[in-house]
Design a protein around this ligand. Structure first.
Ligand code: PGA
Length: 244
């Protein structure tokens, strides 16, 4: 169960969040919990969750170890502050910041090299869904991106299916639509990495997940978890998603 805070919350607001959130999920051992705050809050967040089973992730990760890459943060820097996960290829990065399937692959390989668990996002835009090309888009994002990993690398990633039209819009994919897309992704994985990899890969659903709809989404055997934006900013709301 993962939260993506996007460009929200100051360090002080981060600490206040975890003071409220920690006791609400203390006994939630049925799942892994990851929260991805902005870079400036990562160290404070890691501190704030010490001694709990909550993990902290970044919202991106550079592909190089270090060097002249203004604005990028690398795996070793994330490691140094105790970050264990990174979201890679979020649609907002693809849409507004020129992220491509190729750069997603490079970032994913770098994350794995530095022991940071990648949560790799793929998903179709509204016009693609309406134009009937969802399957082709998901296949192409997979093939041009993470299909370039080795089998051993692939075994260590998590995929998030995030239909762009459902993100921040209040329009959740129905559980059936989400499960269908997950099946498409899993079929791609089986085709490339074999049946066992297809069975084992964890696929999260993301896009307007809320305390109200999480149960029906999680009831789909295809859906292994969720990536939550807006509703992860509020401690009681995200706790009730975790404890669905
Ligand atoms: P949302 O965002 O839950 O606000 O729709 C999800 C995401 O972008 O990861």
């Amino acid at each position: 169960m993962s939260g993506n805070w996007k460009m929200y919350k100051t360090p002080a607001e981060t600490i206040a969040f975890f003071e409220k959130f920690r006791p609400l999920v203390e006994k939630s051992e049925h799942c892994e919990i990851v929260i991805c705050p902005p870079f400036t809050n990562l160290a404070g967040a890691v501190d704030a969750v010490k001694g709990s089973h909550i993990r902290i992730g970044a919202q991106n990760i550079g592909w190089a170890r270090e060097g002249a890459f203004t604005g990028e943060i690398s795996g070793p820097k994330l490691n140094a502050v105790g970050v264990t996960h990174a979201i890679i290829g979020h649609s907002e990065r693809r849409q507004y910041f020129g992220e491509t399937d190729e750069s997603v692959l490079k970032r994913t390989q770098a994350a794995l090299e530095w022991g940071v668990l990648p949560i790799v996002c793929i998903g179709e835009r509204l016009e693609e869904r309406e134009g009937g090309t969802t399957e082709a888009v998901l296949a192409s994002q997979f093939q041009k991106g993470i299909a370039g990993l080795s089998e051993q690398q692939f075994a260590r990633i998590v995929i998030a299916y995030e239909p762009v039209w459902a993100i921040g819009t209040g329009k959740t994919a129905t559980p059936d639509i989400a499960a269908d897309a997950h099946r498409t992704i899993r079929a791609q994985v089986r085709g490339k990495f074999g049946k066992d990899a297809g069975d084992a890969i964890r696929i999260l659903y993301g896009g307007s997940v809320s305390p109200e709809n999480v149960k029906t989404l999680m009831a789909q055997p295809e859906i292994d978890g969720v990536l939550v934006g807006g509703k992860s900013l509020d401690a009681p709301a995200f706790a009730s998603i975790v404890n669905f």
